[in-house]
Design a protein around this ligand. Structure first.
Ligand code: ATP
Ligand code: MG
Length: 476
């Protein structure tokens, strides 16, 4: 069977196949959760489909796999009583209906077999508890005991059971509430919001990985500020990103104020989210000003300054990533670099833009110069339309110059046009500090525009430089 045909058959029949398999082993079975929710919302139907069955989930998964063309593998997670089938680009997850009870210090419940109703009760939100029957007697019927459809229409996140217990049982749900509110642009029902605020401390029993997963989803939403604002209002932010919360507020000394860098940051994040889906660039926007809290000073003559905040901020990025167990790899280095360089194009754009300044920018930013420009454009949050136009226009000039300079000088991923070996050979040198000095001088001459980035010009320059250092050219 061709791939295309296979996929079609699968999409059309998957629920029928599950239905037949369930009937054969005599288990009530339903589609539940995200798939049903997104189906009614008209969102892209998700590729992961949750199936709940009253009985043994693993047995059902095995039966379904037998019936599928190409008989895919069943991954069994015995400890959880769940099983998963990857079929094409779909992920089918099977679970036996369960009843859960929680203990105080863990978000891992004690699990017993239960009815569909028990299983719907344990779900986090009414909109996630919707189930569609796959049973022959009422195939396709919607089972909606908590009026989840109504909440979908009204755009409300509400818990099936009492909010206080729901969030206390599994505090990850606090993050999920805020994440769904952000992704779907829904309101969290007031009682829920109050319960989250009251229990914010319990976020500490949730693993960093799960928290960060939700933070990423908030950051990838069309308007991340919805979630960031909710994190602030509920008090969760002070556990998760205290560096960000420290930017909140405006101080006034001798009649001089500075802008509120928290709300400014949220605007920057929303701005950049219109231009890029790059998660890490969005994180860079979120963290670009965190160095401003610890570097803030008031000077009688010049007013408020945040001297060196970019450098301090980039150091803070490391500590923040480490604390949240985020990857300490090239992603983090990218965020650090964006934070460290976040003012460079702005300084450029304020002045007359020289070629050498642009060459230095491209040299330092390397392949990330375009991302840096996107960040700086998003950083313009002035409400003065005249100023906004001027800044954007200046950045256009910078962008134009970047293209020109790059075409001419190729400094983006700078490779020295003269190698250390050539220098050693030219002056009969052993490895020594002169080589470094000459190399640095060549690089400087290129960035300053004294010589083009070419071998011959750099070679001549090297001979001259060597002489000024008192070196003698070799005879050969
Ligand atoms: P998405 O896949 O878009 O993140 P989803 O709703 O499918 O959204 P999953 O994490 O895939 O979320 O979970 C599937 C379903 O399992 C949810 O719809 C919900 O019914 C239930 N669920 C998941 N996590 C929890 C939880 N922490 N507490 C209660 N129910 C949960
Ligand atoms: Mg899902």
């Amino acid at each position: 069977m061709s791939q295309e045909r296979f996929r079609e058959a699968l999409n059309l029949n998957i629920f029928q196949i599950i239905s037949e398999a369930a009937a054969e082993i005599g288990q009530e079975t339903y589609v539940i959760g995200g798939f049903v929710r997104d189906y009614f919302l008209g969102r892209n139907t998700p590729k992961d489909i949750d199936i709940v069955t009253v009985g043994n989930g693993i047995a059902l998964a095995k039966k379904v796999a037998q019936k599928l063309p190409n008989q895919p593998k069943v991954s069994v997670f015995k400890n959880f009583g769940t099983a998963m089938i990857h079929a094409e680009d779909m992920e089918l997850e099977f679970v036996g209906a369960r009843k859960e009870s929680y203990r105080q210090n863990s978000r891992k419940p004690v699990v017993e077999n239960g009815t569909l109703e028990d299983d719907q009760n344990r779900r986090d939100f009414t909109i996630n508890a919707l189930a569609i029957s796959l049973n022959p007697e009422n195939y396709g019927a919607l089972l909606d005991p908590f009026e989840g459809r109504k909440d979908l229409q009204a755009g409300i996140l509400r818990t099936p059971l009492a909010p206080a217990e729901t969030y206390s049982d599994d505090p990850l749900r606090m993050m999920r509430a805020i994440r769904f509110a952000t992704q779907l642009n829904f309101e969290i029902e007031l009682e829920s919001l109050q319960a989250i605020s009251a229990q914010k401390d319990r976020i500490q029993i949730v693993s960093k990985e799960r928290i960060v997963d939700e933070l990423h989803k908030i950051m990838l939403a069309p308007k991340p500020s919805i979630g960031l604002k909710l994190l602030l209002e509920t008090g969760l932010l002070s556990f998760l990103l205290p560096e960000l919360e420290a930017l909140l507020g405006i101080e006034e000394v001798e009649g001089q104020t500075h802008k509120d860098n928290f709300w400014h940051t949220l605007e920057v994040v929303d701005n950049i989210s219109k231009t890029t889906d790059n998660l890490w660039l969005r994180w860079a926007a979120l963290l670009h000003d965190i160095g401003k809290a610890p570097t803030k000073k008031f000077h009688q003559k010049i007013g408020w300054t945040f001297h060196g905040h970019e450098f301090v901020g980039s150091k803070m990025v490391y500590r923040l990533f480490k604390r949240l167990r985020m990857p300490l790899n090239e992603k983090m280095k990218f965020v650090q670099k964006m934070v460290r360089m976040s003012s460079r194009p702005i300084i450029l754009a304020q002045d007359h833009v020289t070629d050498s300044a642009v060459r230095r920018l491209v040299f330092d930013a390397g392949d990330h110069v375009d991302d840096l420009m996107i960040l700086c454009e998003a950083d313009i949050t002035t409400k003065n339309p005249k100023k906004q136009r001027r800044y954007l226009n200046n950045f256009k000039v910078v962008r134009q110059k970047i293209v020109e300079v790059e075409e001419r000088d190729h400094v983006r991923n700078f490779q020295p046009p003269v190698t250390g070996e050539e220098i050693m050979k030219a002056f009969d040198l052993k490895p020594s500090k002169e080589i470094g000095i000459i190399k640095e001088a060549i690089k400087e001459a290129i960035l300053e525009g004294q010589i083009p980035n070419e071998h011959n010009a750099a070679f001549d320059f090297m001979m001259e430089k060597g002489k000024t250092l008192g070196l003698t050219p070799s005879k050969t």
